[in-house]
Design a protein around this ligand. Structure first.
Ligand SMILES: Cc1cc2nc3c(=O)[nH]c(=O)nc-3n(C[C@H](O)[C@H](O)[C@H](O)COP(=O)(O)O)c2cc1C
Length: 231
């Protein structure tokens, strides 16, 4: 696909790049991957250090070796960070918050259960970067470039939290050069539809000049897609 063939403008990409965890099995063509990576490396980094490396995995054998560590990591996530939320959702299953959480949990678990089937895994590594923040603009650019070409993605960070050494060993990352796993992104053509991400409205999480003051605008509904009123 060429840039001219893409019908997704920047606003559509910004509003509809959702976590897509259910993917169709067909591979992501090499030309599409090239465009994703070529866009990603245009991203900013502190001092233009470009202290990143990216590793793309489409080898079924490598995916298979990472699937069990990924599933173990998600289990640790449920038992640790999300334990209270899981208990809360079980205690009050009809509550809207519980249902939202159960949907998220099912989607996250689906990706874990099918990790070896993800057509393309994108790993981002950072170096000389205290918290990996210099690499995240490139990761998000890659996800937007994927979206622009109809490729879905889901950013995950359980492997770097729970199984960084196993992941680096499977991927052959040199252990002594300071490379840290910053993010793992699953990529593939999505089974579902693209829709606008529901979020807390911008004006409820934005202040102006001083913490707690209103920002001076109100966005109760998303501003995209544009609502064409009568001329
Ligand atoms: C830093 C970071 C870590 C994430 N880790 C995971 C993860 O381990 N597993 C997963 O399935 N999704 C993960 N996600 C995806 C989020 O769950 C997702 O972006 C969020 O639920 C919003 O989804 P939506 O855009 O479809 O509304 C992560 C996202 C970010 C930004």
């Amino acid at each position: 696909m060429t840039a001219e063939q893409s019908t997704v403008d920047v606003w559509e990409a910004l509003y509809t790049t959702r976590a897509m965890r259910r993917m169709r099995p067909e591979p992501v063509p090499m030309a599409v991957q090239a465009r994703i990576m070529d866009a990603a490396v245009r991203a900013p980094s502190g001092g233009d250090s470009q202290g990143w490396r990216f590793l793309l995995v489409d080898d079924p054998d490598v995916r298979q070796q990472l699937a069990e560590p990924y599933r173990e990591s998600v289990q640790l996530l449920w038992r640790g960070h999300y334990a209270a939320q899981i208990a809360g959702a079980e205690a009050d299953p009809e509550a809207e918050g519980s249902q939202r959480f159960r949907r998220l949990q099912a989607s996250v678990q689906y990706l874990a259960d099918h990790f070896e089937e993800v057509p393309l895994l994108f790993f981002a590594f950072s170096r000389n970067d205290r918290d990996g923040s210099s690499t995240f603009p490139a990761v998000w650019s890659a996800m937007l470039a994927a979206r622009a070409q109809g490729v879905g993605s889901a950013m995950t960070n359980v492997l770097d939290i729970f199984r960084p050494d196993t992941t680096k060993a499977v991927l052959g990352v040199p252990p002594d050069r300071g490379w840290n796993l910053a993010a793992t992104v699953a990529m593939g053509y999505p089974k579902g539809r693209w829709d606008v991400a529901a979020r807390q409205p911008a004006h409820t999480v934005t202040y102006r000049n001083r913490w707690g003051t209103e920002p001076g605008f109100s966005t109760p509904e998303p501003l995209w897609p544009p609502q064409d009123g009568p001329a």
